[in-house]
Each structure stands twice: as C-alpha cells, then as structure tokens.
Ligand binder design. Structure first.
Ligand code: SIN
Length: 330
C-alpha cells in the first residue's frame, strides 16, 4: 500500500487510563494511570498504518484528575503550532477520562484552527483483557483524518461514538460506554473505518471563538448547594481573592437561601457568579429558579458546573463584562 498520500495526524499523549498499567490483566481498577508511553500505545494498533501517517508526541504522563491550567495552556499552544503546519491534517489527544470533558471544552474554545482535533481515552488500562484503548485510539485517528470532521470544533471519539466537546460528559465510573451528551445527543459514529455525522454544532467555537489560553489564569472555583449548606466556603473564597464562582445548584440552578445571600454579597465584591446545576442534565434558565437580574448572577444554560468553570475562567481572563452573553453564545 502506498501510504504517502494518507492524511498526517499528530497524536499528543497526556496520560490517563489509556496509558495505564496493572500488574494483572484481570484488573480494571487499582492500576496506575499514565505510565505507558505514546510509542507503545501506537505500536499496539497496527491498523493505524493504513489510516494515517502518525507524528507522535508525549506532552505529559498524568492521571487526568491532576490536570492543571498550565498544562492546558501548553497543550492548546502545541496544537495550534501543529495545525498551522501544512503537513498536519488533524490532531488526536489521548487523555484520562476523568477531566477529559474539561480539557476538550477548553480546547474547543481556544484552538485557532478548523482542522479536526479529537480527544480519546479508555476506561480499562492498556494491560487489561479487552482493553478499550486501542480501538478508541484507532477510531480517534480515523475521525481526525476525516475531512468530514473539519469545522465541527473539538470532538471526542469514544466507544464508536463521536461527541461535541461542548456537550459530552462522563456518566459512568466503570462502563466502557462511559460518555454521553445528555441534552443534545452525540454528533455521529465511527466504526470500521467509517465516519458518519448525524448533526452539527451551532454554538461558537475554535476559529469563531474570542478566547485564547492564558499564561496566568484567574482563580475561579465551584461550590455546591445542598441541604444545610453554610456560607463558609463562599466567604473564604472571596477572602482569598476569587474572581469567579460557579454554583452547582439544585434543580434548575436553585440555591439554598444561605448560599444565595453569600453569593449576592460576593457579586457586590466584584466576583462573577454563574448558576449551573448539579443534576447532570437539563438546562439552567436565566431568571428561572433565581432572579439573576436582581442578584447580578448568570445562568449556565446546558453547561455542567465543570464546563461552566472553564468558560468563566476564559471570560474572566479576557475581562468580559457581560458574562451572560458568553454563556448564551458558546
Ligand atoms: C484519568 O482520568 O487519568 C484516570 C481515569 C481514566 O482515564 O479513566
């Protein structure tokens, strides 16, 4: 086979269970994430050679629970550099499943290219019987090599499904079918070399985004509303200089009266406060379960608290004044 005409895809490895190693192949928990190098991951998938020419880089070797904003900046800048090259057609990022949705959304809002960027991961370590990483990696490269994937923002290829970075979230602690896009559904499928899109993304992203990664990130934190919650956490965050707070509210972003008062006080101190929901699906309406106009708060729409935090960090870093606008646009 003449491979010189195949698309060229950069695979950037960051760690995760896809690069995990256990002492025993029957183990799918209790392993160490992020220890197997990218070359070994690629060697395990011989079929890659007929899908794309691969350029591989090891960006990090972490368990994604330890992801940092500094690593986001490094990753986003490297992706932009690679995609600016004429000889790179797409990028795949291998990642842990735990914070994949946050990294994917951050890249969706900051990468400055319409070329495909696809994240993938695994629920079982590379040493497991029936490891899911090799097929997920093959599928991710297949999507990144597909012209149909261009212009759709950052994508997540997992368990034969293609999701938008904006909507996807991890919904299982153990199943290989671990990701869903709760309110909107998946974008398409990838199976046996075929990429099929069923719908597209209408919210702004990548080349249409006003955001860029930062060298220094503002302090933006998440608090939850629950029975008997106190205002101690909010007051401590304000005292520590927090610039933005996302509330994982009950139901439609409702908040305990004690928390509502603490957050109204925080808004008066100049803190940007966004109401999201801890429910896991549905949306949070402006002036729905709380009076945003009166409180000076913002509603997160369908973004879960973790993604709302990503957007709020970018908005605060860019000195956005009308924070509700960006939650309505992105
Ligand atoms: C991680 O997120 O790095 C560990 C868990 C996983 O990848 O499934």
């Amino acid at each position: 086979m003449n491979t010189s005409s195949l698309p060229r895809v950069a695979v950037l490895a960051t760690g995760g269970t896809i690069a995990g190693q256990a002492g025993d192949s029957s183990k799918t928990a209790g392993y160490k994430a992020g220890v197997v190098g990218v070359d070994k991951l690629l060697d395990a998938v011989h079929a890659l050679g007929s899908v794309a020419r691969i350029h591989a880089e090891q960006i990090a070797s972490i368990d994604s629970k330890d992801m940092s904003a500094a690593l986001w900046t490094q990753l986003a800048r490297r992706i932009d550099e690679l995609l600016a090259q004429d000889d790179i057609d797409g990028v795949v990022v291998t990642h842990g499943t735990d914070t994949l949705e946050e990294t994917a959304y951050l890249l969706h809002l900051t990468v400055k290219s319409a070329k495909p960027v696809v994240l993938t991961a695994a629920m079982r370590p590379s040493t497991a019987l029936s490891a899911d990483g090799p097929l997920n990696l093959l599928n991710a490269v297949t999507v990144a090599a597909s012209k149909d994937a261009a212009g759709k923002g950052v994508l997540v290829a997992f368990n034969n499904q293609i999701h938008s970075a904006r909507d996807v979230t991890k919904t299982s602690t153990y199943a290989v079918d671990a990701f869903r896009s709760p309110e909107t559904g998946l974008l398409g499928f990838v199976q046996d070399g075929r990429v099929e899109f069923q719908r597209t993304v209408v919210r702004a992203h990548t080349v249409a985004s006003e955001f860029a990664v930062a060298d220094r990130w503002p302090m933006v934190e998440i608090v939850a509303s629950y029975a008997d919650v106190s205002r101690v956490t909010v007051d401590a965050l304000v005292a520590a200089g927090v610039r933005g707070i996302v509330v994982a509210g009950t139901g439609n972003g409702s908040m305990h009266a004690v928390l509502t008062q603490a957050l109204a006080d925080a808004v008066k101190q100049g803190v940007a406060v966004v109401r999201a929901s801890r429910v896991g699906s549905g949306h949070v309406m402006r002036n729905g379960a709380a009076n945003d106009d009166a409180l000076g708060t913002v509603s997160a729409g369908t973004l879960n608290p973790y993604k709302a935090r990503v957007l709020l960090m970018l908005a605060v870093a860019s000195n956005v004044q009308d924070v509700q606008r960006v939650f309505d646009v992105y």
